[in-house]
Design a protein around this ligand. Structure first.
Ligand SMILES: Cc1ncc(COP(=O)(O)O)c(C=O)c1O
Length: 384
């Protein structure tokens, strides 16, 4: 099959070839169970897991003992949120989040409202920014947890996590950040951010799908996290289940590779992103969705007065791209992120989320500019 050029790195990334190479022995010769403590098969697997744990920790400025491996970020987020909620004192039942969070966060928090928790969902402005004053005035005596993403998966917007986490700390609340789109793309340091919990995902950073991690700050005050998957007591009782050794090895290898040239790659993608963004914004009736503080490899552009469905069908003939998160593509509904930013449904649907990555070339960008401009022009001509 002749595949289109890939412009959807926020949905998923290919594995680094070196990641695949590093993983392979853990399917064959070194296939052991990391919990088999009596023979070398187990020791090899365990050693590989612990090396990967160090590597992932280094990428985010954490200690190895603060990393719990999971099946991905959705599980890490569930573990963080529910794990805290289920251990909280009965009076502490107020949660705060932002309207533009990923569904893994929103649905998990909303689920807790059935169990007596109260949820404050902060709005955003037209640029997708949250007000720190509004966050500050949302705290209550009983606020338990604040959840906010470091980088938005649709617009690339960066939230002021450091300031938000400091506010949470001042109000005695725990802070969880969903850093899925930021880790491996921009410098992320849990100490600088001041967060208690952080979720990350393998397949967004050139490692396989089905692996992720939750950072749990050592000495997280008062509350112990309740495990959501119980059984063999792996991950020091915080996440049972035989460890996905190949996936974990891949995550560790990807962490090393991402860290290796984080700044240079970020700058390269920023230049390419700026080029395509500028060109798309020259198309009549286009608008940028997002703030000035964004990830270097993402831009989100809407086009007025064209059919979102036709835009997607036409563009995807040659360019693999989404209008928003993969989950909103499945439901065929306008993005909750863009509607929270005030876009009407039709404009939210007629949107392209351009997300670049390691294998995006200057030639890809030039082709995409020409091609997308042509498609929008055609659709406008058809509509007139
Ligand atoms: C911001 C954000 N959070 C969470 C997730 C869920 O990650 P995973 O696919 O590892 O469960 C995603 C994936 O789309 C995401 O973009």
């Amino acid at each position: 099959m002749d595949l289109p050029i890939y412009f959807d790195y926020n949905a998923s990334t290919p594995c680094f070839p070196e990641v695949v190479e590093a993983i392979l022995p853990y399917f064959t010769s070194a296939f052991g169970n990391a919990s088999s403590i009596h023979h070398p098969y187990g020791w090899l697997a365990e050693e590989a897991v612990e090396t990967a744990r160090e590597r992932v920790a280094t990428l985010i400025g954490a200690e190895a003992s603060e990393i719990v491996f999971t099946s991905g970020a959705t599980e890490a987020i569930n573990l963080g949120i529910k794990g805290i909620a289920q251990m909280a004192d009965s009076g502490k039942n107020h949660l705060i989040t932002i309207a533009t969070e990923h569904k893994a966060v929103l649905d998990t928090l909303e689920g807790l409202t059935d169990q007596g928790f109260e949820l404050t969902c902060l709005p955003v402005n037209a640029e997708g920014e949250v007000s720190l004053d509004q966050l500050k005035s949302s705290f209550r005596e009983n606020t338990l947890l604040v959840v906010a993403m470091l980088a938005n998966n649709e617009t690339g917007n960066l939230h002021p996590i450091n300031a938000m986490a400091a506010l949470a700390k001042n109000h005695g609340a725990i802070f969880l950040t969903d850093a899925v789109q930021a880790v491996g793309k921009i410098p992320v340091d849990v100490k600088e951010l001041g967060v208690d919990l952080l979720a990350l995902s393998g397949h967004k950073m050139y490692a396989p799908k089905g692996v992720g991690a939750l950072y749990i700050r050592k000495g997280l005050p008062k509350i112990k996290l309740k495990a959501q998957i119980t059984g063999g007591g792996q991950e020091r009782g915080r996440r049972s289940g035989t460890l996905n050794v190949p996936g974990i090895v891949g995550l560790g290898e990807a962490a090393v590779r991402c860290l290796d040239d984080l700044q240079e790659e970020g700058q390269r993608l920023l230049n390419l992103r700026n080029q395509i963004e500028k060109a798309l914004l020259q198309i009549k009736g286009s608008q940028l969705n997002g703030s000035s503080q964004r990830l270097p490899h993402v831009c989100n552009v809407s086009f007025n007065n064209i059919s979102g469905k036709s835009l997607m069908i036409r563009v995807n003939k040659k360019i693999a791209i989404s209008s928003g998160a993969a989950c909103s593509s499945i439901s065929d509904k306008p993005s909750h992120v863009l509607t929270a930013m005030g876009l009407d449904q039709a404009t939210a649907m007629a949107t392209l989320r351009v997300s670049l990555g390691r294998f995006t070339t200057a030639a890809d960008i030039e082709f995409a500019i020409e091609y997308i401009s042509g498609v929008v022009k055609d659709l406008r001509t058809l509509a007139s």
